[in-house]
Design a protein around this ligand. Structure first.
Ligand SMILES: C[S@@+](CC[C@H](N)C(=O)[O-])C[C@H]1O[C@@H](n2cnc3c(N)ncnc32)[C@H](O)[C@@H]1O
Length: 259
């Protein structure tokens, strides 16, 4: 079995919810995941990324449809018998915490750290605007790149309040209003080949920035009448970064650019 993305033979079954998941492989070389029946090759011989491509849109080009990789059902019990619930502190919910911990690589920035301490074999820098939260710094995530050297993180975790109601109801009125600004900050801080893991009500993630490629989109179900939480994993693919705004593209220059 070789990885359909980089052709490496260094592949293994991934671990999920503390158990080996034999339906999904993880490539030790490029870090991407794939299923056993995913040969990564379109009928015309081109490579497929993490999504599905269909021909025949109005401009005659290829439309790209990203796939949802996994839907994680709500509920169940932890090993100690307690009920699992996805609540205010996202990573106290075991499937969310394990999903994130399984994807942490190298030096990590937990940009809206909240209360939960993640486990990882390298440094995790915690930021939270609320001075009462246990964190290394307490700054607005929309200006966080001012506090670090460009490209100094391998992974950024972004789990902000998802909307104004949540911010007022659960997080002392603190909010991350400029989500696009926050994504621009992460583009500066994450090194090439690094990852940004985003939690929210939508699947946008780092897709405003063309140097990032979607690796995974996962839904965390919360119940029949509640919205799913959407988790996206985006990997930085090259050194040149453009932030797309409607009709007004903006290029970000970072010290990690090669040209
Ligand atoms: C959803 S909670 C994070 C939960 C965390 N993942 C956990 O499991 O404990 C969002 C956090 O973002 C913080 N926050 C809100 N606005 C922020 C901002 N503009 N910059 C940085 N942190 C912010 C809140 O104080 C809150 O602790």
């Amino acid at each position: 079995m070789n990885c359909p993305h980089c052709d490496s033979s260094e592949v293994e079954h991934r671990t999920y919810n503390s158990e080996v998941d034999r339906s999904v492989y993880k490539c030790r070389s490029c870090g991407r995941r794939f299923r056993a029946d995913d040969d990564g090759v379109r009928a015309d011989g081109g490579k497929v990324g993490n999504g599905t491509e269909r021909s025949g849109n109005s401009s005659g080009g290829m439309e790209r449809f990203e796939a949802v990789d996994e839907i994680v059902p709500n509920g169940g019990r932890d090993r100690d018998g307690s009920h699992r619930t996805l609540g205010r502190w996202t990573f106290e919910y075991t499937p969310a915490r394990e999903f994130v911990e399984d994807r942490l690589e190298g030096r990590v920035l937990n940009a809206c750290a909240g209360r939960t301490l993640l486990e990882h074999d390298d440094e995790i820098v915690r930021n939270d605007l609320n001075p009462d939260r246990e964190a290394d710094l307490h700054v607005d995530v929309c200006e966080i790149a001012d506090h670090f050297v460009p490209g100094e993180f391998d992974t950024v975790v972004f789990d902000p309040p998802f909307d104004d109601h949540q911010a007022d109801d659960k997080y002392d009125g603190l909010r991350a209003d400029g989500v696009l600004e926050a994504f621009g900050e992460f583009a500066k801080l994450v090194r090439p080949k690094g990852r940004v893991i985003t939690f929210g009500w939508n699947s946008w993630g780092m897709s405003s920035i063309d140097a990032f490629e979607r690796e995974e989109t996962v839904l965390l179900q919360r119940g029949p009448c509640l919205r799913d939480v959407i988790v996206t994993v985006d990997r930085r693919t090259n050194h040149s970064i453009t932030v797309k705004r409607s009709g007004n593209d903006r290029t970000l220059h970072t010290e990690t650019e090669q040209s």
